[in-house]
Design a protein around this ligand. Structure first.
Ligand SMILES: *[C@@H]1O[C@H](CO)[C@@H](O)[C@H](O)[C@H]1NC(C)=O
Ligand SMILES: *[C@@H]1O[C@H](CO)[C@@H](O)[C@H](O)[C@H]1NC(C)=O
Ligand SMILES: *[C@@H]1O[C@H](CO)[C@@H](O)[C@H](O)[C@H]1NC(C)=O
Ligand SMILES: *[C@@H]1O[C@H](CO)[C@@H](O)[C@H](O)[C@H]1NC(C)=O
Ligand SMILES: *[C@@H]1O[C@H](CO)[C@@H](O)[C@H](O)[C@H]1NC(C)=O
Length: 237
C-alpha cells in the first residue's frame, strides 16, 4: 500500500513538472511583470501626402456612403480607402519615401472633417524599411493647419507615440497635397536596421525567465526532498 502511494505520488509529480516546463516555453504565458520603458529618442520626419481622387490612377477611392451622403453639405457618411504616396517634396514626381495606407471617413455633420485611420509604411529608407507608424485622428480639412495623433508603430517604431503637424500645400478640388511634419518618440533600444537588438518586450521576458528559472529550481528541490522523504519512509518499513 505504501508502494502504491509512492508510485502514484511519483506519477503526479512527473505530470506536474511536465506541465510546469511546458508553461515556461517561449515565455508567452499570461504573465505580467513590472516594466520600465528605458531611454527613448525622438525622430522627426517631413514629407508630402498626395490624396489623388480624380485622374487615371486615383490613390483614394470611395468604398461606401450613407443614404444621406449625397444630400449632405458635408458629405457625412462617405468612406474612402487610400494608398496615398508620400514624397520628399511637394512635387508628386519627387522621391517616394512612404505610403499612407488606410481609410478616412467624412465624420462631421456641421463642418467638413474626417476621421483618419492609417499606417504610414516606410519603403525608401533602409533605416526604416518595413517599419510603420499608426495614425488615428480627426482631420478638420478646412483648417489650414491641423494636428494628428500617432498612436503606435512597428519595427523601428515599436511603442511609438507622437503627433503630426499638417498643413495643406495645395488643393485642386478634390485632390490635395498636404505637408506632414511628424514628431515621434520611441525607445532607443531598437536598432537602426529595423530589427530589434533588445526589443523592450524582450528584456521583460528575460527577467521573466530568470524568475521562472528560480521557481523551477525551488520546485525541483521540493519534489526531490519529498520523494527522498517518502522513499526513505517506504523502505524503512
Ligand atoms: C450619389 O451620387 C453618385 C453620383 O454622384 C451616385 O453614383 C450614387 O448612386 C448616389 N448615391 C445615392 C445613395 O443616391
Ligand atoms: C510627373 O511625371 C509624369 C510622367 O512621369 C508627368 O506626366 C507629370 O506631368 C509629372 N508631374 C509633375 C507635377 O511634374
Ligand atoms: C525594403 O525591403 C524590401 C523587402 O522587404 C526590399 O525589397 C527593398 O529593396 C527594401 N528597400 C530598401 C531601400 O532597403
Ligand atoms: C514643418 O517644419 C518646417 C521646418 O521647421 C517648417 O518650415 C514648416 O512650416 C513645418 N510645417 C508644418 C506643417 O508644421
Ligand atoms: C519526512 O517527513 C516527516 C513528516 O512530514 C518527518 O517526520 C520525517 O522526519 C521526514 N523524513 C526525512 C527523511 O526527512
Amino acid at each position: 500500500m505504501g508502494a502504491m502511494k509512492f508510485f502514484s505520488f511519483l506519477a503526479v509529480a512527473m505530470v506536474l513538472s511536465m506541465s510546469h516546463s511546458q508553461a515556461q516555453e517561449g515565455n508567452w504565458g499570461d504573465e505580467s511583470v513590472p516594466y520600465t520603458m528605458g531611454p527613448e529618442k525622438m525622430t522627426k520626419l517631413r514629407f508630402y501626402f498626395h490624396d489623388i481622387i480624380t485622374g487615371e490612377n486615383p490613390t483614394a477611392v470611395q468604398i461606401a456612403q450613407a443614404t444621406g451622403t449625397n444630400t449632405s453639405s458635408t458629405m457625412f457618411g462617405a468612406l474612402m480607402m487610400i494608398d496615398d504616396p508620400l514624397t520628399e517634396g511637394p512635387d508628386i514626381n519627387s522621391t517616394l519615401v512612404r505610403r499612407a495606407q488606410g481609410f478616412y471617413g467624412l465624420s462631421g455633420q456641421n463642418e467638413i472633417s474626417l476621421i483618419m485611420g492609417m499606417s504610414l509604411v516606410f519603403t525608401a529608407n533602409k533605416k526604416f524599411n518595413g517599419s510603420t507608424i499608426s495614425v488615428l485622428s480627426r482631420n478638420a480639412v478646412t483648417h489650414t493647419e491641423r494636428e494628428f495623433a500617432i498612436v503606435g508603430g512597428t519595427g523601428y517604431f515599436q511603442f511609438a507615440r507622437g503627433f503630426i503637424s499638417a498643413k495643406t500645400y495645395s488643393f485642386l478640388v478634390p485632390n490635395a497635397v498636404v505637408e506632414y511634419n511628424c514628431t515621434i518618440v520611441h525607445p532607443s533600444s531598437v536598432s537602426e536596421s529595423g530589427k530589434s537588438d533588445s526589443v523592450p518586450g524582450k528584456s521583460d521576458s528575460s527577467s521573466g525567465s530568470k524568475i521562472s528559472l528560480v521557481s523551477s529550481l525551488v520546485f525541483v528541490s521540493v519534489i526531490a526532498y519529498v520523494t527522498i522523504n517518502l522513499s526513505l519512509q517506504h523502505f524503512s518499513w
